[in-house]
Design a protein around this ligand. Structure first.
Ligand code: ADP
Length: 246
């Protein structure tokens, strides 16, 4: 028997102007699991992430995190419970160093200006060092974030999210616009993170999904079409039909 899930969506539906973007969606994630979510454009992937993080409220159904009902909580309350979300576009403070970006997030500060009055504690120095290692940015620590490559900015932002110690990290199309080498490094990075945290990653890039080597959920028309290892789901005739638009 499975342990109780970390995250569970049960019979969730949401409509926009009468159009059912999410249609009786049920999905569960075990503690410590990393899951890739794939599906054609319009399948409901972003809306699903919006529902988990409280940006969109489901019309019906239930979302539970560690057994707790999230459906009445707002975004900040859900984030405080330990769900962190990385959006597609990196939003780092370009004029600050990599190190100061990480410090800002560890302190929970929103404005670079507030760093002028902030002292760095020993614990923060230690944690920043660990985050720089995790995000492969140790050699760039003192450089301005604006000078990083697109891929490195994505890693920095992931590091900033990790500074908030989420138990579950939701990552939206992390490798869009990355070089092949950055894409593969990102798969390694997420696997490292998954040693201590659960991860849900939405991604179109199948080479990247293959490199993650995790169970895949295929969404289509707002529900789960198939679930399992990538090789299995990509051989499923229903999945092939959906991707080929037949
Ligand atoms: P995906 O991320 O898989 O491409 P989305 O979750 O963005 O899919 O969208 C699912 C469907 O819901 C799409 O048909 C989209 O047009 C529609 N949709 C999403 N958000 C809204 C919204 N705020 N208002 C109206 N329609 C929306």
């Amino acid at each position: 028997m499975n342990a109780s899930p970390l995250l569970e969506l049960r019979n969730v539906s949401v409509s926009f102007d009468g159009f059912r973007a999410i249609n009786d969606l049920s999905l569960s994630l075990q503690p410590g699991e990393m899951r890739a979510i794939i599906g054609p454009n319009g399948a409901g992937k972003t809306t699903m992430m919006d529902i988990i993080t409280g940006k969109t409220r489901p019309d019906t159904g239930i979302v539970r995190f560690e057994g707790r009902d999230l459906t009445r909580l707002d975004e900040p309350a859900i984030a405080r419970l330990g769900i962190g979300r990385k959006f597609q576009k990196p939003t780092v403070f370009e004029a600050l160093s990599v190190r100061d970006n990480l410090l800002l997030s560890l302190k929970g500060l929103r404005s670079p200006f507030s760093l002028l009055f902030a002292k760095k504690t020993e614990v923060e120095t230690f944690r920043i060092r660990a985050l720089l290692e995790t995000t492969r940015l140790a050699a760039r620590a003192e450089e301005q974030a604006g000078s990083l490559s697109h891929g490195q900015k994505q890693w920095l932002e992931i590091g900033m999210l990790l500074g908030q110690e989420p138990q579950l990290l939701l990552v939206d199309e992390p490798v869009a616009g990355m070089t092949d080498a950055e894409t593969m490094a990102t798969a390694d990075l997420l696997r490292d993170i998954n040693r201590t945290r659960s991860v849900v990653v939405v991604e179109h890039d199948m080479e990247f999904v293959r490199a993650l080597n995790v169970s895949v959920t295929v969404l289509h028309e707002g529900s789960v079409l198939a679930e399992g290892p990538l090789d299995e789901v990509s051989a499923d005739p229903r999945v092939i039909d959906v991707y080929l638009g037949r």
